[in-house]
Ligand binder design. Structure first.
Ligand SMILES: Cc1cc2nc3c(=O)[nH]c(=O)nc-3n(C[C@H](O)[C@H](O)[C@H](O)COP(=O)(O)OP(=O)(O)OC[C@H]3O[C@@H](n4cnc5c(N)ncnc54)[C@H](O)[C@@H]3O)c2cc1C
Length: 417
């Protein structure tokens, strides 16, 4: 597979999707001096929310450090989550301690590691310095592959041609829909209400000490599960940027708790058409209604959850993970390996993909290897790491959210098993 019919012409990479994986890759390629353009469907960097806080594993952190300029990685570290005073803990719905999960983290308590990041802050920093690289308002519709290139077409009638196209357009990938129409995702049946509560309001409401400075799982015997995660900035983004990157602006600057309220849809007992049409306020009331019997200390967090930042999601998985084998169209992140958020592996895996693909494409651009070889090696490693991540996320979903998946890929609730 040739990269270009003109060997003297530098390689051009088109990235579809300016999310976590696509932007990390773009930063890495830019750092390596490779011509890259990102096409993002959202009209502006603000975009939609897809969650608030991200747990970062050492692999995800390494990928960010590999791809980003030093100043950007330093700003991420400075704005990362404060290390918890009390670690993690699991309770039942009356706040009786169950057990404390142990997660080995080779970074320990190191002050220069990231641990967890605010998603909006991460996106802003991933975009920093890419003004001439990212094109907003470009919804990819389809592509055409030729012998030595690929042309992407967009909903506004525009098109772009490059040597390689990266499908980084997330869980509902349009690139996948075109090139891998038979790929199916399994609905795990889990319905989630995600919300954010400002930390100052939760504390004012009297959030007890045990829930304050740690990630808490409440595993109800009634089939409901709550994850509560604090995001307490080591340094607030605006203040950190004023010192470390003057001119970089942040819309969001305040500490919060992210809450993730899960149950199987049979336990939740709200038809999907109704659930996904509910307003943030209605969803907040659903949570309060379902936890009336829970310990009163658990109610306060939802009394102040912001209705504008409360929304429903469904958990899906794609197994097995497969190489696409689509030549100069290469997938990364959720586009190729969707998994439930349990445990926090999806973005970490997308970041790993980004750094691996960046290495491969850099070697191709330097003429050190063929694109075919580089893609084969990248996809083989991606399949292995993503399969491992999916299995871990499913194992966590099984004990926490009571959902299991059989060998045929069908999901069922184990809440009352
Ligand atoms: C509630 C929740 C909590 C999570 N917590 C964690 C966590 O703690 N740790 C973790 O590792 N993972 C977590 N994840 C998973 C993580 O968010 C995803 O795995 C990650 O965002 C995937 O990155 P990506 O770049 O593949 O896709 P995305 O970040 O989804 O980016 C895809 C981009 O493509 C754009 N796009 C889509 N279609 C088109 C189109 N047709 N044309 C142009 N652009 C398009 C989208 O607008 C978007 O910007 C969580 C997920 C959820 C829902």
């Amino acid at each position: 597979m040739a990269i270009s019919s003109d060997p003297g012409r530098p390689m051009r990479v088109l990235v579809i999707g300016g999310g976590i994986g696509g932007l990390c890759l773009a930063q890495g390629l830019r750092k390596a001096g490779i011509d890259v353009i990102v096409y993002e469907r959202d009209a502006s960097p603000k975009g939609r929310m897809q969650g608030y806080r991200l747990r970062l594993l050492p692999e995800g952190e390494d990928a960010l450090r590999d791809c980003l300029p030093r100043a950007a990685a330093d700003l991420l570290t400075a704005t990362s989550n404060m290390r918890y005073k009390h670690g993690w803990a699991a309770y039942d719905q009356q706040l009786a301690p169950q057990w404390t999960p142990t997660f080995e983290d080779p970074r320990g308590d190191s002050a220069d590691s990231m641990g967890a990041l605010d998603r909006a802050t991460l996106r802003r920093i991933l975009l920093a310095g890419l003004d001439d690289v990212v094109r907003f308002g470009k919804r990819f519709t389809h592509c055409e592959q030729t012998g030595d290139g690929v042309t992407a077409y967009f909903a506004d009638g525009d098109s772009a041609t490059g040597d390689v196209l990266i499908a980084a357009d997330g869980a509902n990938s349009q690139v996948r829909a075109q090139l891998r129409p038979d790929d199916k995702q399994t609905d795990l049946g889990v319905r989630t209400i995600l919300s954010r509560t400002p930390r100052d309001k939760a504390l004012k409401e009297g959030l007890p000490d045990v829930l304050r400075d740690r990630t808490v799982y409440v595993i109800g015997s009634d089939g409901f599960h709550l994850g509560l995660m604090p995001m307490v900035f080591r340094n607030r983004p605006r203040e950190a940027a004023a010192e470390m990157w003057p001119g970089l602006e942040f819309d969001f600057n305040d500490d919060y708790y992210m809450s993730v309220f899960n149950s199987h849809k049979d336990v939740l007992d709200i038809p999907d058409e109704k659930f996904f049409a509910m307003s943030g306020e209605e969803l907040r009331r659903v949570v309060l209604d379902r936890i009336t019997d829970w310990h009163p200390d658990l109610h306060g967090i939802f009394a102040h959850a912001d209705p504008d930042e409360t929304y429903p999601i469904a958990m899906r998985v794609k197994l097995p993970v497969e190489p696409w084998g689509t030549g100069n169209v290469i997938p990364l992140g959720d586009a190729v390996h969707i998994m439930p958020p349990s445990g926090g592996f999806g973005a970490n895996t997308a970041l790993r993909d980004a750094t691996a693909l960046c290495r491969g494409l850099t070697a191709v651009a330097a003429g050190e290897r063929t694109l075919e070889d580089a893609v084969k090696e990248y996809e083989a490693a991606m399949v292995e790491t993503a399969t491992e991540a999916i299995n871990m996320s499913l194992a966590i979903a099984k004990w926490s959210i009571h959902v299991d998946i059989d060998e045929q890929g069908s999901a069922s609730s184990t809440a009352n098993a």
